[in-house]
Design a protein around this ligand. Structure first.
Ligand code: IPM
Ligand code: MG
Length: 383
């Protein structure tokens, strides 16, 4: 029997291209693993009314971890229109399967390293000198810890509001203008966070900083406006910071940090945020290190983890063997680390760094013409 059982979820769109490419690298490493294909994504929604079929959940429960490519998601109205005719009137609701996976398996931590590898022409070049001949490559090495199950993406949403919720809310005098708008005109998405959720994500950010000799942990919040949820997160962060005296713990508002990171990205180190702010700031970080083609992610729970490139399914490039596989290959590197295969993880990262530096191959996003598979094969050759 293989040492590891890994659920293999290409999804749809370019998810399939980048997963095929990643497999070439894992095979070159001779990782002792059995890969179990699991269905997920848009086709299964259209055909079966479920983008995350029960058989997939079963496979995940029987494996050590999962690697996931990408899936197409669409808003509720479009989702309903594309359902198979026989499923149209069944009252089915579309839910993002990746958000569902995070909830179902309590994958509370979303780890997103954003590191610029020298030589990547897309590395951030600074705002002040960006246009001049002296434009300097600014090397960024950031890690985002995003709380992954709570906050605005926790799924507590209403439209229309149930009478009981509406009445309870209307006890608050601030609801007066909403009452006047009428129940049928009001939608509600809530930002619920727990002390446990805040504590867990902040603790992991600090622990990571301690383990890897990182100097600074920055909380990304907005407690001046989101007084209760942002306030709780901030109090928990400050309390925990006391146990890590060697680490500089500071705080920034989500809006301000987007501007500061764009000016001085190399100043930041580890960032910690609740779900939505983490989602936003991690795309910004990805932009600083070459875009989504380079951004990897790990969804980590207590006993299970799902690894995925941050990018989506880019349907217009699907099946063209054209997109950058590096984000997915770096996600596999995170998987190897989580499995305890640090030496293999290091080999993958070194090979990726070498291939980027040499610029013998590269996909269209870095201004070159290689295919997805050519880039993957070159990385595989170097591991
Ligand atoms: C991400 C994505 C997802 C999210 C979407 C696809 C549901 O943006 O992983 O960052 O918002 O979490
Ligand atoms: Mg996102």
């Amino acid at each position: 029997m293989a040492k590891y059982r890994i659920a293999w979820m290409p999804g749809d769109g370019i998810g399939i291209d980048v997963m095929d490419a990643t497999r070439v690298v894992l095979d070159a490493l001779k990782l002792d693993a059995e890969y179990l294909h699991a269905d997920i994504g848009w086709d299964f929604w259209c055909r079966e009314g479920d983008a995350l079929p029960a058989r997939t959940i079963k496979i995940l429960k029987e494996t050590d971890c999962a690697l996931f490519g990408a899936i197409t998601s669409k808003p509720q109205t479009e989702a309903k229109e594309e359902l198979a005719p026989e499923l149209q009137d069944k009252g089915l609701q579309y839910f993002s399967p990746i958000v569902r996976l995070r909830q179902l398996f309590n994958l509370h931590t979303n780890l997103r390293p954003c590191k610029s590898y020298p030589g990547n022409p897309l590395n951030f070049r600074g705002t002040e000198v960006a246009t001049g001949p002296n434009a300097r490559e600014q090397l960024v090495d950031l890690v985002v810890f995003r709380e992954n199950t709570e906050g605005m993406y926790g799924g507590v949403e209403f439209f229309p509001l149930p009478q009981s919720v509406y009445e309870a809310l209307c006890l608050n005098p601030k609801m007066k203008p909403w009452k006047e708008k009428g129940l049928e005109n009001v939608a509600l998405s809530t930002r619920i966070v727990s002390r446990q959720g805040c504590e867990s994500i902040c603790r992991q950010a600090f622990e990571f900083a301690k383990k890897h000799g990182r100097k600074r942990v920055t909380l990304v919040e907005k407690p001046n406006v989101l007084r209760e949820t942002g306030g709780l997160m901030t109090r928990v962060f400050r309390e925990l910071a006391k146990s890590y005296p060697g680490i500089w713990a500071d705080e920034a508002n989500i809006d301000a940090i987007c501007m500061w990171m764009f000016k001085n990205p190399q100043d930041y180190d580890v960032l910690v945020a609740e779900n939505m702010f983490g989602d936003i700031v991690s795309d910004l970080c990805a932009g600083l290190v070459g875009g989504l083609g380079f951004a990897s992610a790990a969804n980590i729970g207590d006993t299970y983890a799902v690894f995925e490139p941050t990018h989506g399914s880019a349907p217009k490039y699907a099946g063209q063997n054209k997109v950058n596989p590096i984000a997915c290959i770096l996600s596999a590197k995170l998987m190897l680390e989580w499995l305890g295969e640090q030496a293999m993880a290091d080999r993958v990262e070194a090979a990726v760094a070498k291939v980027i530096r040499e610029r013998k191959v590269g996909t269209y996003d870095v201004g070159m013409k290689s295919t997805t598979m050519e880039v993957a094969s070159e990385i595989a050759r170097n591991v």
